[in-house]
Design a protein around this ligand. Structure first.
Ligand code: ATP
Length: 548
């Protein structure tokens, strides 16, 4: 008997968050002290999920990549290598990359509530009552935005819900940016008008000090992206390996951003992990490589089970592009916490031209961005100068020397984990031991990503079955993360595994004692079939292979 259709499952964020906590995927950081906003811990299930995502990425992008072949859609063969660089780097890196001067968000403060908001996230609507027209706001657009704005407007004008029709709304929900006069703005949590300050810049880099002295000359930053660690090692990688252009350098590691308003569970955290590739190529081929990586990265998510209906590839318009980029696309997912039709970024793929390598050579930033304040260092030289090192590439065959162009696929491991969690969540009915339908929550992870690959149960805690089940458990443990459970009704044991997304359950029953076969149950189809004990691993292993 197969599971009943679950097309109708509403992916409620509250339920997903509750499951993550209950079953050990995610906890608030420092929870026993009340938590720390924007920081999250992965529990025993979550750590496996996230590690599987990172391993799948590293395997598919780096170690299993064959540099002798031309992959479909690529202009030719290429090489891939990896690095693991430090979180704290020379502060000059951030001056030259532009982060020191330009990596900021605009924030507004509320003088009444002392709360702080990201300027671009505050949205609102014009509303009029009794001759007074105000712009009522809320912090960030969500599924409930219009309802929130209605409640806030009713409260401000001291009206009851039944008088809602007396409010005259004017135009759609729009960003605060569209409003010039803040004196008529009702801040997201304020009771009176005009309490929001004018927007100000806020640099997102965490500052720290290296060494014993906390003076300005010892200031350093926690990296806000892993990419710069790759750029500054470009020459080291070239000199220490035999890679030739085109090639990519990959890195997985922690990044830190002092986000003004961390939110949506792990989506916007202050400490998170990135999986980044800097792909170096000849300027003439860079557009082809950009298209290759954009499509390849999109397919990667699809191959691991993200429904392409909820996933989209969005090319940036000319007005959205960085000054150095001739193409940028975001891979976005329709997270359930966003309003219908809205998508959140999982990964950005950017054509970065020669901006990064050239900046690290020459220290030049485009004058269009903003005039740099030329600060002098202790040696009397401008602090934003480049390394002065030659980061050009010489083609040994043609003799041509050039600054390579870069295509950068930059993904977030935590956002990917959140998307896979949201996508996997499902509710349906599965029959219990007596064949009666029982409601169940099932996490339909791709088997490669599932925290536990297989669970092993003796049907009953009877002599013979327990020993065999423990033995199978021991054998399978050599290959994968396996779970053993002998307590409680078998239906409940299955459902507990469904809830953490274990794709297969092996049960040792009476027949096993006679013919040394066991049943394997498939989480999604609920199909059960018998295999010989010795064939268990090969039966499961084939589902754990990459599908692209
Ligand atoms: P956003 O616009 O959502 O802040 P971004 O465009 O600044 O993201 P990038 O600088 O392109 O993000 O970073 C690359 C990837 O790193 C993002 O696609 C995302 O997956 C991840 N990432 C960035 N900021 C965060 C964060 N605060 N929390 C979790 N992941 C993040």
């Amino acid at each position: 008997m197969s599971a009943q259709t679950s097309q109708q499952t509403v992916k409620s964020m509250d339920k997903i968050v509750a499951l993550c906590r209950r079953r050990g995927f995610l906890f608030q950081s420092s929870e026993i002290y009340g938590g720390l906003n924007g920081f999250w811990d992965y529990g025993p299930m979550g750590v496996e999920l996230k590690r599987n995502i990172k391993q799948a990425w590293w395997h598919d992008m780096v170690t299993s990549h064959n540099e002798l072949l031309t992959p479909p859609g690529a202009p030719g063969p290429y090489a891939m290598v990896g690095v693991d660089t430090t979180i704290i780097m020379h502060p000059q890196v951030w001056k030259v990359s532009g982060h020191y001067d330009l990596f900021h968000d605009m924030m507004v403060d509320c003088r009444e509530t002392k709360r702080r908001y990201r300027y671009d996230q505050v949205v609102g609507r014009w509303v009029q009552y009794g001759g007074q027209r105000i712009f009522v706001t809320t912090d960030e657009e969500g599924p409930q935005t219009e309802q929130d704005l209605l409640q806030r407007a009713l409260k401000f004008f001291k009206l009851r819900s039944k008088n809602a029709e007396e409010l005259q709304w004017d135009g759609p929900v729009q960003p605060l940016k569209c409003v010039q006069d803040f004196s008529v703005v009702l801040g997201p949590d304020a009771k009176s008008l005009g309490t929001l300050t004018q927007p100000r810049e806020f640099n997102l880099m965490f500052k720290t000090y290296v060494g014993a002295l906390a003076g300005e000359e010892n200031v350093a930053f926690l990296r806000p992206e892993t990419a710069q660690g790759i750029f500054v090692n470009f020459k080291n990688v070239l000199d220490s390996t035999r890679v030739k252009i085109p090639f990519g350098i990959a890195q997985i590691g922690k990044s830190f951003r002092n986000e003004i308003t961390p939110r949506y569970f792990t989506f916007r955290s202050r400490e998170f992990e990135q999986m980044e590739i800097e792909f170096f190529c000849h300027p003439k081929e860079s557009q082809q490589w950009y298209k290759y990586w954009r499509d390849r990265r999109f397919q990667w998510y699809v191959s691991l089970g993200l429904d392409s209906q909820r996933l989209r590839l969005r090319e940036h318009g000319a007005e959205e592009l960085s000054h150095y980029s001739t193409g940028t696309a975001d891979i976005e997912y329709a997270f359930p916490f966003l309003p219908p039709g809205k998508f959140g970024e999982l990964e950005g793929i950017a054509h970065r031209g020669d901006f990064d390598l050239r900046s690290h050579m020459e220290g030049k930033l485009d004058p269009n961005t903003r005039p740099l304040q030329v600060e002098l260092g202790p040696d009397g030289k401008p602090r934003w100068r480049g390394s002065g090192k030659d980061l050009t590439y010489r083609d040994e065959v043609t003799g041509e020397r050039y600054v390579p162009h870069v295509v950068e696929p930059s993904a977030g491991a935590d956002r990917a984990a959140l998307a896979f969690l949201c996508e996997a969540y499902d509710e349906d009915q599965a029959p219990d031991e007596k064949g009666n339908p029982q409601n169940r929550v099932v996490m339909r992870f791709h088997p490669r990503l599932a925290p536990i690959k297989v669970a092993v149960f003796p049907l009953v805690k009877k002599e013979g079955m327990v020993e065999i089940a423990r033995d199978i458990y021991g054998q399978l443990k050599k290959h994968a993360n396996v779970f053993y459970d002998e307590k409680g009704a078998i239906g409940r044991r299955y459902r507990r595994q469904d809830e953490v997304g274990t794709p297969f359950c092996i049960t040792v029953d009476g027949q096993t004692l006679e013919d040394r076969t066991v049943t394997i149950r498939d989480r999604d189809t609920l199909r059960q079939w018998r295999v010989k004990i010795d064939d268990c691993w090969s039966e499961i292993e084939k589902h754990l292979q990459p599908t692209h």
